[in-house]
Design a protein around this ligand. Structure first.
Ligand code: SF4
Length: 398
C-alpha cells in the first residue's frame, strides 16, 4: 500500500525537542510549587487516610498526574525558561485541567486559532493528546519550532492504527470522535492510501457494528448514523470485512475489552473461526496510568464509604470514567475546583454520564462520615488538597 504522507508525522514525532532542553532540574521546583500539595503528600505518607473532626478522608491508591502529564508539563516549563522572549502557542489544551491551562496562560502560552499568523520565529507546543497529521504537516511547513509533548502511550496507539491502515484493516476506534486524542489517532489512517477508521463511542454503537457485520444491519440507516464518524466515503459492506480494534487511551477499560470481544465474536460468526486471523486484529491500548486509576477506584469503593469526590476537568475523559465507576456504588460528585464545594449543603458537580454541571443539595451527610477521594490523570495534587481542606472547613471540622 502506498504511503501518501509518511513524511508528516514521523519527522515531528522524532523532533529533538520531544526530550526537552536539558532544564528539567531547573523547572522541577517551579512545577512542584505550582501543582503539588503538602497536605496530599502527608496523607499519602500516612497510608492514604486523613481524619479531621467527624470526617475521614480515604485517598485512592493511584490518582492525579500521570507520566504523560508530568512529561508535558516538564516540556512546557522548560520551553518557557529556554525561550523567554519567543511567542509560544499551544494547538489546544495541553491537558484537560482548568488550573493547569490557566497557569500556562499566565506564563504566556496562547491557543493557536485559525488565522493566527504563525512564523518560523514562533514556538508551538503539541499537547499530550497529540495533533492531527494535517496540522502537524502545516506547522512543519511553517518552519516554527515544534515542541512535541505527545504522550508515548498515545504514540503507541498511533502505531497500532497505522499498522492496521498499512495492512488494509479498518481501524475501529473505541473513543470520543471529537476528543483531541481520537482526532489525532484517526488522522493517522490518512498516512496510508485506502486507510480507514470508524469511531464507536460505547457498547450500543459497537452492537450496531456487530449487527452489520453479521448481516442484520440496514445500509442506509447505518450510514445515516455513522458516516460522520468514519472515513469519508466509508462503505460498511466493504470496510467492515477486515477490522482492527484500538481505543482512546482513557476510555473505560472494561468497556474497551468488551467491545473488542463483541466485534471478534461477530467476525467469527460471520466468517468462521478459520478466517478470523485474516480479518480481525485487536490490541488493548488503554494506557497503564488510566488502568491503574480505574483499578484504584474500584478498590476504594469496596471500602465502607459514605460518598466519593472525584476531582478533575469536566472535559477530562479519564476523570469522567472514574466518576462513572464510583457512581455505580456510591453517591459520587465530580468537581473541577474547590469552588464547586459551595457550602455544607450545596455542591456543583458534573453527574456521571451527563454533559452539564448540576447542583445538588444536602450532599454532605451529618455525623461521622468517610469520604473517598480520587482525581483524574490531569488533576494537580494542589487542587485535590485544596478540595480536602475546603470540605473539612465546610463541615466545621478544620
Ligand atoms: S492518561 Fe495515559 S495516555 Fe493520557 S497523558 Fe496520561 S499516561 Fe499518557
Amino acid at each position: 500500500m502506498a504511503i501518501v504522507n509518511e513524511a508528516a508525522a514521523p519527522a515531528v514525532r522524532h523532533h529533538p525537542s520531544r526530550s526537552g532542553f536539558g532544564l528539567r532540574a531547573e523547572v522541577h521546583d517551579e512545577i512542584k510549587n505550582d501543582f503539588d500539595s503538602v497536605l496530599v503528600q502527608l496523607i499519602k505518607a500516612a497510608g492514604g487516610t486523613h481524619q479531621v473532626g467527624r470526617l475521614t478522608f480515604r485517598l485512592a491508591q493511584e490518582f492525579g498526574f500521570c507520566y504523560g502529564v508530568d512529561h508535558a508539563l516538564d516540556l512546557a516549563y522548560e520551553t518557557h525558561v529556554r525561550f523567554p522572549d519567543r511567542r509560544v502557542y499551544l494547538t489546544g489544551e495541553i491537558i484537560h485541567n482548568p488550573t493547569v491551562n490557566e497557569q500556562l496562560a499566565k506564563m504566556g502560552y496562547s491557543f493557536l486559532r485559525p488565522g493566527d499568523d504563525v512564523t518560523a520565529d514562533d514556538i508551538v507546543l503539541i499537547p499530550a493528546f497529540g495533533a492531527p497529521t494535517h496540522e502537524l504537516e502545516r506547522l512543519k511547513n511553517v518552519g516554527c519550532l515544534l515542541v512535541d509533548t505527545t504522550c508515548g502511550s498515545v504514540v503507541h496507539v498511533w502505531k497500532r492504527v497505522e499498522k492496521y491502515a498499512r495492512e488494509g484493516f479498518t481501524a475501529i476506534i473505541h473513543g470520543k470522535y471529537d476528543h483531541e486524542e481520537t482526532e489525532a489517532t484517526r488522522s493517522r489512517t490518512t498516512l496510508y492510501e485506502g486507510g480507514k477508521f470508524l469511531v464507536v463511542r460505547d457498547r450500543a454503537q459497537a452492537q450496531d457494528v456487530c449487527d452489520y457485520i453479521e448481516g442484520r444491519g440496514d445500509r442506509e440507516r447505518f450510514l445515516a448514523k455513522y458516516a460522520a464518524v468514519a472515513t469519508p466515503g466509508f462503505d460498511p459492506d466493504r470496510d467492515l470485512e477486515r477490522v482492527g480494534l484500538a481505543n482512546q487511551t482513557t476510555m473505560l477499560s472494561s468497556e474497551s475489552l468488551e467491545i473488542a470481544d463483541m466485534v471478534r465474536r461477530a467476525m467469527e460468526r460471520r466468517y468462521g473461526p478459520d478466517e478470523l486471523k485474516a480479518r480481525f486484529r485487536s490490541f488493548d491500548t488503554i494506557c497503564s496510568a488510566t488502568q491503574e486509576r480505574q483499578d484504584a477506584i474500584l478498590q476504594l469503593i469496596e471500602e465502607p464509604l459514605d460518598l466519593v469526590i472525584v476531582v478533575g476537568g469536566y472535559n477530562s475523559s479519564n476523570t469522567e470514567h472514574l466518576c462513572e465507576i464510583a457512581s455505580e456504588r456510591l453517591p459520587t460528585y465530580h468537581i473541577n475546583a474547590p469552588e464547586c464545594l459551595v457550602s455544607a449543603t450545596e455542591i456543583r458537580h458534573k453527574p456521571a454520564f451527563s454533559k452539564e454541571e448540576a447542583t445538588t443539595q444536602n450532599w454532605l451527610p451529618a455525623g461521622n462520615i468517610t469520604i473517598g477521594i480520587t482525581a483524574g490523570a490531569s488533576t494537580p495534587n494542589k487542587v485535590v488538597g485544596d478540595c480536602i481542606e475546603r470540605i473539612a472547613a465546610l463541615a466545621g471540622a478544620a
